[in-house]
Structures are given as structure tokens and as C-alpha cells.
Design a protein around this ligand. Structure first.
Ligand code: PBG
Length: 323
């Protein structure tokens, strides 16, 4: 034998020297669920160990994330039922929970990169990401609201707008409204290849945002397809997206790789609620070593091409990486 591949695996030191992929806390985007009230900490039943926090506790949590080296949070709010309608009224409320959350986090930790989810589902009486007419989710009318929603997030101090709705043309509309209003430093992280996935189930429990009728297949992508992901992503980049995203992550690593190879902007992957729940459930049963599963999963996503990873394990992983 003139080549023994095991030589490079001989010791921890050699393995560290030749490791291609090194996970760091600045790779992570930490999703946060904000709810009304004070001193509220509610565990999400399908996401053990993950909580909805009122704003006061959300700010504390964000501070802790920052000290762990995490540079970015992605905000979601749980809107009370009485503010939900079919027009996104609350989504553009300058004093809505989202807008207040952005202001509070930026005031407490100015350097934290605050990203905001833009879609109508938490505010929709139908639980859909857009305006509903009959059984249809209207595209252009929704885009108009999403643009105003994005502007209100920018006005509150958001650093990145993260549209997760999958309507056509929304990135251009958001870019235009930001430009017209002087927000030329606000970025857009586009959920470009977002698939209609069962792995969002626990998230919909967290925000009480499950669709009231039908499903999201007329706007989110069909998981049978990959070339469509390229088209969606290239269009979002042309329309002004700064960062593109593939979602979910683990079952979609081929898509992450294709997008990485076909683009020159940073690629993020969303390791979604159901992916979190699977690892948690297996670990609780003693079937998987949770810490190892977290680090292996996240490292693999980075190896697949993710520059950034939105993950509910952000805090756990950052702590594990400190050891
Ligand atoms: C809302 C939105 C969803 C997620 C992020 N933004 C749910 C959905 O599209 O139904 C899913 C996140 C997760 O499962 O962790 N547009």
C-alpha cells in the first residue's frame, strides 16, 4: 500500500489539523418566539426545552446569546387571536409586539443583528401566509402588505428582513420600499427555497399558526423538486436578496449544495422545529446522544454549504463549542 487513508485519522490533533469544517457560534441565527405579557416563559410542548418568552425575558435571552458569541436573532411573535384578521392589520402596527421587540433588543444590545420574520401567518385569522380570498392565497395583494410590514420592521430598527412567505415578487417589492424610504442599510434574507414541509409542525404549535384550511402547497415548494429551487433563488438574488435560505435543512442538503454552487451570496439553512423535535425526542428516550447529534447535524449542514444556520440549538451548540 502506498496510500493509507487512516494516517490522517490517527489522533485528535491530526484530525483537528485536517478538519475542513469548523463550526463557530457566529454561524448561528437563533430564532426567538415572543409572546405578550411580563415574566412569561412557556415551554412549547412539541419543542421540549424551547420556550415562548415575553419581551422582558426575550431581551435577557438575547443578551445571553450575545455573550455566547451568537451574532443574530430571528424574531417571531405570537399574536393574540383578537388582533388576527385577513388583512395583516397587526403586522404593520408600529406598536405591535414585533416592532416593540425589535426596538427593545436593539436598545439592549445594539450590535446584535436583529432579523425579523415577514409573513402573515401569525396575524392571519386563516393561519395562511397571505391574504385569503375564497380558497386562494392572493399573491399581489399579499406582497403589498409584506412590503409595508418590512418597512415597519426597518423603522423599528431591524437589520435584516426575512420574508418566509414564498409569494412571487416580494423581494423586489421589499427592496423598493426600503430604498424609497432611505433604509439602504437594511438587508434581506430571503427564504428562497422554502418547501411545503411537515417538519414545520412544532413551529405552528409555538405560534398557534397552523393553516385553518388546506395546506401551503400553492406557495411553498414541492419537495419532489430541486431545479425549481435554483430558479427561485436566482430570482430572489436578482430582486435584491443579500442572503438566501434553504428550508428545511437536513432532508434538503442536496438543495443547500446546489444553491451554494450556483450562487455567490451567503447561503443559510433553517434547521426547523421538526428537526429539533426529532433529536430531542430521540434523546429523551435515550436513543441518541443529544450533544453529539446537535454538533454532527450542524457541522454537516455547514459542510453541505450553509454559511449560516438558523437553529433552535444555537444556544446549546454555542455552549458545547466553548468546551
Ligand atoms: C411562517 C414560518 C414558518 C416557519 C418559519 N416561518 C412556518 C410555515 O411556513 O408554516 C417554520 C419554522 C420552523 O418550523 O422551525 N411563514
Amino acid at each position: 500500500m502506498i496510500r493509507r487513508n487512516r494516517i490522517l485519522r490517527t489522533s485528535p490533533a491530526i484530525r483537528a489539523m485536517v478538519a475542513e469544517t469548523i463550526l463557530t457560534p457566529s454561524d448561528f441565527i437563533a430564532p426567538l418566539f415572543v409572546t405578550e405579557g411580563e415574566n412569561v416563559k412557556e415551554e412549547i410542548s412539541s419543542m421540549p426545552g424551547y420556550f415562548r418568552y415575553s419581551l422582558d425575558l426575550t431581551v435577557q435571552e438575547a443578551k445571553e446569546l450575545w455573550t455566547l458569541g451568537i451574532k443574530s436573532v430571528l424574531l417571531f411573535v405570537k399574536a393574540p387571536d383578537n388582533v388576527k384578521d385577513n388583512k395583516g392589520t397587526e403586522a404593520v402596527n408600529p406598536n405591535g409586539l414585533m416592532q416593540r421587540s425589535i426596538r427593545a433588543i436593539k436598545a439592549a444590545i445594539p450590535e446584535m443583528v436583529v432579523m425579523t420574520d415577514v409573513a402573515l401567518d401569525p396575524y392571519s385569522s386563516y393561519g395562511h401566509d397571505g391574504i385569503v380570498e375564497g380558497t386562494e392565497i392572493l399573491n399581489d395583494a399579499t406582497v403589498e402588505v409584506l412590503a409595508r410590514m418590512s418597512l415597519s420592521h426597518a423603522q423599528a430598527g431591524a437589520d435584516f428582513i426575512a420574508p418566509s412567505d414564498m409569494m412571487d415578487g416580494r423581494i423586489l417589492a421589499i427592496r423598493n420600499i426600503l430604498e424609497e424610504n432611505g433604509f439602504d442599510k437594511v438587508g434581506i434574507m430571503a427564504y428562497s427555497a422554502k418547501y411545503a414541509s411537515c417538519f414545520y409542525g412544532p413551529f405552528r404549535d409555538a405560534l398557534d399558526s397552523a393553516p385553518g384550511f388546506g395546506d401551503k402547497k400553492s406557495y411553498q415548494m414541492d419537495y419532489a423538486n430541486s431545479r425549481e429551487a435554483i430558479r427561485e433563488t436566482l430570482m430572489d438574488i436578482e430582486e435584491g436578496a443579500d442572503i438566501v435560505m434553504v428550508k428545511p435543512a437536513m432532508a434538503y442538503m442536496d438543495i443547500i449544495r446546489i444553491i451554494k454552487d450556483r450562487t455567490t451570496v451567503p447561503v443559510s439553512a433553517y434547521h426547523v422545529s421538526g428537526e429539533y423535535a426529532m433529536i430531542k425526542a430521540a434523546a429523551q428516550n435515550g436513543w441518541l446522544n443529544e450533544e453529539k447529534a446537535i454538533i454532527e447535524s450542524l457541522t454537516s449542514l455547514k459542510r453541505a454549504g450553509a454559511d449560516l444556520i438558523a437553529t433552535y440549538f444555537a444556544k446549546d451548540a454555542a455552549k458545547l463549542l466553548q468546551r
